[in-house]
Design a protein around this ligand. Structure first.
Ligand SMILES: Nc1ncnc2c1ncn2[C@@H]1O[C@H](COP(=O)(O)OP(=O)(O)OP(=O)(O)O)[C@@H](O)[C@H]1O
Ligand SMILES: [Mg+2]
Length: 271
């Protein structure tokens, strides 16, 4: 089933040593069922905080997030997560890490079915030869690919991804972006999904998303919601050469860096 998300007046204060810090303030936006939304904003603007609340491992100070009208209450099997920092179990091999993830959401599958799905996804992320390796035997980028394979193999209604491709080389990044888009759209074996995708990469956000939510920092707020005007399927190499793409990209860059320029007393960036 496809799920919609409503973020409603979310405020998150962190308190440490009698000092309170507002990470997110009055953040509100909605994501339609089946929509692919990217969140962009400078470091520290609260993107991971927002995802931790969506995941259900953190609670807001004020406001709430609802999934299909129901306030989030803890983690759920409707949500798959790729964390900003790789998060594999060090005592499990790559395929066991993935099979374990699948077990959490698909209790009816047998062990061999789970391992088969794990192998299929290791193949999709180009790591079939490494399936019996432990995380410590894999590079950082490879560990992140296993974590991505795990989240995709879980086939949840909602995917929460926190800079999932940040540590991954350019070639594999392109392959993974295509794979993610294919699974998001539904490919016969998987249903269409709702995706919340955090990235620092403006081109990645344009290529993948229906809509981009730009945030500002201190405190974290929504600066602007920007629909991506390009039809799908998007052909990466053709699209990036069009003048419409260049103009749209510049508009986003100006918004993004304009925020920083304001803080340092400079002008908006003109490219
Ligand atoms: N557990 C915590 N206790 C206190 N402050 C925290 C905690 N977690 C995050 N913060 C602060 O809240 C702010 C938002 O952090 P968050 O990790 O959500 O930012 P982010 O947008 O994901 O940044 P980045 O792009 O660097 O990953 C930061 O100023 C951070 O220092
Ligand atoms: Mg973060």
């Amino acid at each position: 089933m496809l799920s919609n998300i409503e973020v409603d007046n979310l405020t998150v204060n962190y308190t440490a040593k009698n000092h309170s810090f507002t990470a997110l303030e009055d953040v509100s936006f909605s994501i339609e069922a089946g929509e692919f939304v990217s969140i962009i904003g400078s470091s520290g603007c609260g993107k991971s905080t927002l995802l931790s609340i969506l995941e259900g491992i953190n609670t807001p100070t004020k406001g709430e997030i609802r999934i299909d009208g129901k306030p989030i209450n803890g983690t759920g099997t409707d949500r798959g997560v790729v964390f900003q920092h790789y998060s594999l179990f060090p005592w499990m091999t790559a395929r066991k890490n993935i099979a374990f993830g699948i077990k959490q959401v698909k209790k009816d599958l047998s062990k061999s079915e789970r391992l088969n799905i794990a192998d299929k996804f290791l193949d999709k992320v180009g790591l079939e030869e490494f399936k019996d390796k432990y995380p410590s035997q894999l590079s950082g980028g490879m560990q992140q690919r296993v974590a991505i394979a795990r989240a995709l193999a879980m086939n949840t209604d909602i995917l929460l991804m926190d800079e999932p491709f940040g540590a991954i080389d350019a070639k594999n990044r392109t392959i993974l972006q295509e794979l993610l888009l294919k699974l998001w759209e539904g490919d016969g074996t998987q249903e269409k999904k709702t995706v919340v995708f955090v990235t620092h990469d403006i081109d990645e956000a344009i290529l993948l998303s229906d809509r981009i939510i730009m945030m500002t920092a201190n405190p974290g707020k929504v600066r602007k919601e920007i629909p991506v005007p390009f039809e799908r399927p998007r052909n990466r190499s053709e699209l990036v050469q069009t003048s419409e793409y260049g103009k749209f990209r510049n508009k986003l860059i100006n918004l993004f860096y304009g925020d920083i320029a304001e803080k340092i007393g400079g002008n908006e960036v003109v490219l």
